[in-house]
Structure formats: structure tokens, C-alpha cells
Design a protein around this ligand. Sequence first.
Ligand code: FES
Length: 105
Amino acid sequence: MARITFITADKQRITLEEQAGSVMELAVDHDIPGIEARCSGVCSCGTCHVQVSEEWIHQLPEREADEEGVLEMFEDSAPRSRLSCQIQISEELDGLVVEVCPLDE
Ligand code: FES
């Protein structure tokens, strides 16, 4: 089981527990605001963009080329940017903190 904390655009901290699936799926299942996941996790929309907290960014696997390509489309993309659909939950991620980056529309 892993505890994942989401920090929303209005600075709410929401901590959820899960043992499998992606961080995006966890967010969508619990209606975390700002995670739309329009492509349902096939790494093409970028509406699951998060910024991983500083202490966790180097503990995640490197971005794959697909993820890199999607993130390049966003002006607010940063070194800590990840697509939450590409982060698989495991016990090793217990305590992960991510900031939600909603689209400006
Ligand atoms: S849900 Fe579309 S890129 Fe993650």
C-alpha cells in the first residue's frame, strides 16, 4: 500500500491510499480537481500533468520518449513535470507528493 498526496491548484492537500494502478487512475477515481485524463492514460493528452515534489523526482523511473514528447507541448512543463498516467503505484512510492497542474483554458 502506498500513500499518495495530491496538492491541488487551490493548495488543498489530499492524501489517498492505493496499492496498484497509476497515479492518474487514483486521482480520477477520487475526483481530484485538475486531473482530467482525457486520453484515459495512453500518454497523448497531457491533462494528467503533475509536478513531482523535489524529494521524490529522482526516485521515479526516467520519462519515456512518449511522455517527454507530450510534456514538451506545455509551456508550464518543468524538470519536475510528469504525466501521472505514467507513474505506476507501488509500495516504493509510499509518501509520494505531487502538485496538480490543471490546463489553463
Ligand atoms: S491521461 Fe492523457 S496523457 Fe495522461
